[in-house]
Structures are given as C-alpha cells and as structure tokens.
Design a protein around this ligand. Structure first.
Ligand SMILES: *[C@@H]1O[C@H](CO)[C@@H](O)[C@H](O)[C@H]1NC(C)=O
Ligand SMILES: *[C@@H]1O[C@H](CO)[C@@H](O)[C@H](O)[C@H]1NC(C)=O
Ligand SMILES: *[C@@H]1O[C@H](CO)[C@@H](O)[C@H](O)[C@H]1NC(C)=O
Ligand SMILES: *[C@@H]1O[C@H](CO)[C@@H](O)[C@H](O)[C@H]1NC(C)=O
Ligand SMILES: *[C@@H]1O[C@H](CO)[C@@H](O)[C@H](O)[C@H]1NC(C)=O
Ligand SMILES: *[C@@H]1O[C@H](CO)[C@@H](O)[C@H](O)[C@H]1NC(C)=O
Ligand SMILES: *[C@@H]1O[C@H](CO)[C@@H](O)[C@H](O)[C@H]1NC(C)=O
Ligand SMILES: *[C@@H]1O[C@H](CO)[C@@H](O)[C@H](O)[C@H]1NC(C)=O
Ligand SMILES: *[C@@H]1O[C@H](CO)[C@@H](O)[C@H](O)[C@H]1NC(C)=O
Ligand SMILES: *[C@@H]1O[C@H](CO)[C@@H](O)[C@H](O)[C@H]1NC(C)=O
Ligand SMILES: *[C@@H]1O[C@H](CO)[C@@H](O)[C@H](O)[C@H]1NC(C)=O
Length: 504
C-alpha cells in the first residue's frame, strides 16, 4: 500500500452537524486529503480530527490537554500536529466499549483488528488523565480485561478479532489464510497468531501503567491472573534451546507460512533459525510482524526485563501471586545479565542473536527497537553502550538506515530498505539530550507528513510517497514524545521555560 505525492486527490467531505455512524466517512479515506483549516505556520497543516459526531470516544480531559498544549506551543505547525495526533486513538479507534461487560475493542487504524502491541502504545500518552477522567480509566480497564481474555487463551498470538459480545463481524486476514500455526487457533478469536514477545510486554505495560496511575487493582481478576501465568509459561518455553541434550527437537510454537502468506514459507518446520540456551527469551516475529532472522531479539528482551520488574512490583503491592512475582524478579536478573553478556560487542548491542555467536547488527524502527532502549526504561540515554549503539544505528553500519533528499532515518524490511519510519526519529528524540539533534528530528518528521498533519508509517526517500494514512500508534507516539519534551525541555517547544505535565 503506497500513498502520497503520486496518489489521486480524494475529494474533501463536507460534514454536517449531526451525522449517524453510517454517514461518517471512512477515516482511511478521510486521512488521505487535507480537511479543516490549515495551521498558520509555513507547513500549513490541516485540521484532521473527525467531526465530533464521528468520534469514537469523548474526553474533556483530553480536550483540556489539547487546549493547554496548543496555547503554549510556539510553532503553530507543531501545535497542529499535536492537536491531530494526541486524540487520534480516542477519535478513531475505539470500536466497542461496554462498561457493564468490562470489555472494549481497539483497532490499530486502517486494519480492523486489535494488536496487543499497538493498543498499549496507542494509549500510552493518556495515562496522566486516568484520575481526572474516570470514564477514560474505565475504558482502559475494559481494554485490559479484553486483552486478558485473549492472552489467557492464546498467549502466542499477536492480533485479535472483536469480542463476540460486541456483535461486530470478524475480519478475514488474507495474509493468514495458508498459514499453519501450532498450537492451532480459532480464527473467530484470533486475527493473526505471530508470536511476538513484545506483545506480551505491551499487555503488561498497559496493566502496570493503569495501576501506577490509579492504584486500582480491580483489573487483577481471574482472567488477568490467568493471562499472567500463561505469559510466564511462554517465557519459560521460549528460553529453551532448539535441541535438548539428547538432540530432541524442542518446539512449543511453530508458524509455517505458505505462498501467499506474509512472510512466505518458514524453514525448519516453521521454527526458523535454531537457537542455543543463553538465558534470553526467544521470539518468532519482530515488532514489525516480520519474521526474525535470529530468535533472541535484544530490544524485546530489554522491554521484558523492565515490564517483569513492574509486574513483580504491582503483584507485591496488591498482595497477589507471590510465586509469580518471585519468578519474575529472577527472570529480570537472569535476562538482564544475558543481554549484557550475549548481545554486546565493543559497546554495541546486536538487534538479534542466536546463542551460537550469530549477531545481527541493525535496527528496525518498530518499538521495541534498539533506538528506543531509553524510552523503554532499560538504560539511560547517557549510558556509553547506548551512545555507541545509537551512533552505529544512525550510520551506514545499520543496513536499514537511509538518507534521502527530504527525509532520513531507520526503516526495516517490512516496507522497503529505502522507506525510513518517522517512529525511528521519535525514539531517537527520547534517546538524546542534544537540543539541535532533537529539533532536527522533530522537523524531519513535521516536514514530511505529505501536507496531511498526521504521522505515517514510512516515507520513500526516492519519491516522498508514504505508507499507512491512518496509523494510530505512530500518532500516539508522536504526541507522547511532545508531552515528554514539554516536561523535559519546555524551552525548546514553548515560548517560556515552564514545564507542562498534563493534569498538574
Ligand atoms: C462525542 O460527542 C459528540 C457530540 O460532541 C457526539 O455526537 C458523539 O456521539 C460522541 N461520541 C461518543 C462515542 O459518545
Ligand atoms: C452492555 O452490556 C450489557 C450486558 O450484556 C447489556 O445489557 C447492555 O445493554 C450493554 N450496554 C450497551 C450500552 O450496549
Ligand atoms: C476462518 O477459516 C475458514 C476456513 O479456512 C475460512 O473459511 C474463514 O473465512 C475464516 N474466517 C476468518 C474470519 O478469517
Ligand atoms: C510444532 O509445535 C507443536 C506444539 O505446538 C509441536 O507439537 C510440534 O512438534 C511442532 N512441530 C515442529 C515441526 O516443530
Ligand atoms: C497510589 O499510592 C501511592 C502509595 O500509597 C501514593 O503515593 C499515590 O499518591 C497513590 N496514587 C493515586 C492516584 O492514588
Ligand atoms: C536464573 O539463573 C539461575 C542461575 O543460573 C538459575 O538457577 C535460575 O533457575 C534462573 N531463574 C529463572 C527464573 O530462570
Ligand atoms: C538512569 O539514571 C537515573 C539517575 O542517575 C537512575 O536513578 C536510574 O536508575 C537510571 N536508569 C537506568 C535504567 O539505569
Ligand atoms: C523543514 O523545512 C524547512 C522549510 O522548508 C527547512 O528550512 C528546514 O531545514 C527543514 N528541516 C528539516 C530538519 O528538514
Ligand atoms: C522534497 O520536497 C520537495 C518540496 O516539498 C518536493 O517538491 C520534492 O518532490 C520532494 N522530493 C522527494 C524525493 O520526496
Ligand atoms: C530551563 O529551566 C531549567 C530548570 O529550571 C534550567 O536548568 C535550564 O537551564 C533552563 N533552560 C533555559 C534555556 O532557560
Ligand atoms: C490545563 O491548564 C489549566 C490552567 O493551567 C489547569 O488548571 C488544568 O489542570 C490543565 N489541564 C490539563 C488536563 O492539563
């Protein structure tokens, strides 16, 4: 899917005051052409929020943050980007919410399925507001409960169909039709069963962020505790080597693609490249949904150590499952040691390793990535290993770093090697304290929205065309980063040097 300079203009839709859901334009179409009045800066970015009647969730606290930020941001183009991106997930992706049932279904944007990873990231910028807006908190709790149901049943899967209670119809995943996956899945519940370690981390992160913001432990019901015990089982299973001491094949999960699936056929009976024991936890697919080259994905393991630590904290705080919290703390110690011992050479982290000495030095834009290690909370941006690694990643040493006339950054094989992603630059902003570097990355992103004022998936360095007009995660990550700058470096984006933290 490619959009951009070469794509035909879509006629703007004029919106009336009262629209029924059926009259609301499809946001995939809506987001491909400029809608409301342009901002007054040189970029003249349009207002892209849907008509109020078409929004999928309303929050006065969210409107308050928008008003507070846009009144203080010194560049009207950046203010417009914040205004469009911060509410995008609530405006466009809450497909179902029923408080009584404690269930909510969140789509990723242009694909009608709920990804565990995307959902956690889509909501990350709202955690400040849970105590101000109790309906928002209730929504997040319902999302956690829906995910707990998915994870307890299918801990190896990454994306899901709507809950049956919603009455929403399921979506056929054309890319999964010829895929044989073990353990088998029911396609009425599962949209895609790629095993991605970071999906489980994302579920844990959403849970603990909710708890940290509210002190409300009521989401830790049987569903949720069951999901957590399934996660602990997967972690153990995926720490095992491909062959045991008697050369028996150890395979708890395998995914055999066929012609037509994405990716295609996977070697070794759907197991991919063999792995040896290191203490690291294997994964099968990357946060891009691409197949791993080697199973031990460093950034996913880094995120796992952070999230298992918080998991142990919240379980202890709620006085629940002390055996799980103890095991989680042991894993934090063991996996952290394994990361430093097995993935680092000359202070540079490999993206993936296999335990046999194989190292793949690269990065992929999707978070968790190596660039995002400080964002994830694994280490400080000033740590020598991060400084050295990020220099390598933003250079020709990284096969997925590219420089174009207007745009540059890190991409990945998910699109093309010549399509860097704005997301990589957001991670880089979290990874530096250098003001010039931050502004450079910020304006690389702002200058390259194809005049649409939304954050896209990737941008082709040769023709400027972009992928995914409606990519809620990227919008959320951008606004989360601006809020981080508002508290970390207010003078860079405001006319004064006073920090802004939502709700404070
Ligand atoms: C949001 O508010 C508008 C009125 O401003 C309303 O028409 C719309 O139905 C509300 N959306 C939801 C999901 O309640
Ligand atoms: C929420 O679910 C309950 C129980 O299924 C149902 O009775 C109620 O009508 C639903 N509420 C809405 C607003 O759909
Ligand atoms: C589920 O699989 C069946 C059998 O392959 C197929 O006919 C059906 O379209 C699939 N449904 C969805 C929602 O993927
Ligand atoms: C695939 O995984 C299942 C467990 O889900 C296992 O029983 C089977 O042996 C594995 N097959 C291969 C070829 O690895
Ligand atoms: C949660 O509890 C901690 C420790 O008791 C307290 O410091 C914090 O203010 C509480 N937060 C909320 C939102 O109640
Ligand atoms: C952590 O490593 C120690 C020492 O190798 C081992 O005894 C322990 O079982 C490991 N813990 C977990 C949870 O894997
Ligand atoms: C980062 O540095 C701060 C302050 O020096 C320290 O408290 C924190 O533990 C460090 N974080 C990590 C992940 O090392
Ligand atoms: C963004 O565009 C402006 C105006 O064309 C230009 O001056 C600036 O150098 C660009 N910034 C980056 C980082 O590309
Ligand atoms: C770079 O930006 C200029 C000005 O918007 C545009 O005319 C040109 O086509 C772009 N080039 C590429 C390769 O994207
Ligand atoms: C902004 O305020 C911080 C903390 O008060 C201070 O350390 C910093 O030097 C100030 N920066 C500027 C550019 O005024
Ligand atoms: C917005 O700013 C006002 C005035 O400073 C403040 O009272 C309010 O709490 C802020 N709202 C949010 C959500 O940050």
């Amino acid at each position: 899917m490619k959009f951009g300079l070469s794509s035909p203009a879509v006629t703007a839709v004029t919106l009336g005051a009262a629209l029924s859901a059926a009259q609301c334009p499809d946001y995939t179409t809506y987001s491909q052409s400029p809608q409301g009045n342009p901002s007054t800066g040189p970029l003249a970015l349009p207002y892209m929020r849907p008509d109020p009647a078409c929004r999928t969730f309303n929050s006065t606290a969210v409107e308050d943050v928008i008003a507070n930020m846009t009144s203080r941001l010194k560049d009207p183009d950046i203010a417009r980007l914040f205004e469009n991106t911060f509410p995008n997930t609530l405006d466009t992706t809450i497909k179902y919410f029923n408080e009584t049932e404690n269930l909510a279904f969140v789509i990723t944007g242009d694909i009608t399925a709920q990804w565990l990873r995307d959902t956690g990231n889509q909501l990350a910028q709202y955690h400040y507001l849970y105590t101000q807006d109790s309906e928002l908190a209730t929504l997040v709790k319902a999302i956690i409960n829906n995910e707990a149901r998915y994870v307890s049943q299918y801990p190896y899967c990454s994306a899901f169909q709507p809950p049956p209670e919603s009455g929403l119809s399921t979506t056929v995943n054309d890319w999964a039709i010829d895929v044989l996956v073990n353990p088998p899945v029911d396609n009425q519940t599962v949209y895609e069963c790629k095993y991605e370690l970071d999906s489980l981390c994302s579920f844990m992160k959403l849970s603990r962020s909710y708890y940290q913001a509210t002190n409300d432990s009521s989401f830790m019901n049987d569903n949720w505790l069951d999901a957590i015990s399934q996660i602990m089982r997967v972690i153990w299973e995926q720490s095992q080597p491909t062959f045991d001491e008697n050369w028996n094949l150890v395979s708890y999960y395998n995914w055999t693609g066929e012609a037509g699936s994405l990716p295609g056929a996977v070697n070794n009976g759907g197991n991919g490249e063999p792995k040896a024991y290191t203490g690291l936890i294997g994964t099968h697919h990357r946060p891009s949904d691409d197949l791993c080259t080697f199973a031990f994905l460093t950034p996913a393991n880094a995120m796992l150590t952070v999230e298992l630590g918080y998991l142990a904290d919240i379980l202890d705080s709620a006085g629940l499952a002390s055996d799980v919290s103890q095991a989680a703390r042991e894993y934090v110690t063991n996996i952290t040691e394994a990361i430093w011992e097995h993935t680092l050479v000359n202070n540079v982290f490999a993206y993936e390793t296999n335990g046999f000495g194989g190292r793949y030095v690269m990065d992929d834009a999707n978070v968790p990535s190596l660039m995002s290690l400080p964002y994830l909370g694994f280490l400080n941006k000033s740590h020598p290993a991060y400084v050295a690694t990020s220099q390598v990643l933003m250079s020709r040493v990284n096969p997925y770093y590219v420089v174009g006339k207007n745009f540059s950054g890190i991409g990945g094989p998910h699109e093309d090697a010549w399509n860097p992603w704005p997301m990589s630059l957001i991670s880089a902003i979290y990874g530096t304290d250098d003001d010039d570097e931050i502004l450079d990355y910020l304006y690389l992103i702002a200058n390259n929205t194809d005049g649409l004022g939304l954050i896209h998936e990737s941008i082709d360095i040769y023709d400027g065309s972009y992928t995914r007009p409606w990519f809620a995660w990227a919008n959320s990550y951008f606004s989360e980063m601006l809020l981080d700058l508002a508290s970390r470096k207010p003078y860079l984006i405001f006319n004064d040097n006073e920090t802004y933290v939502p709700g404070q």
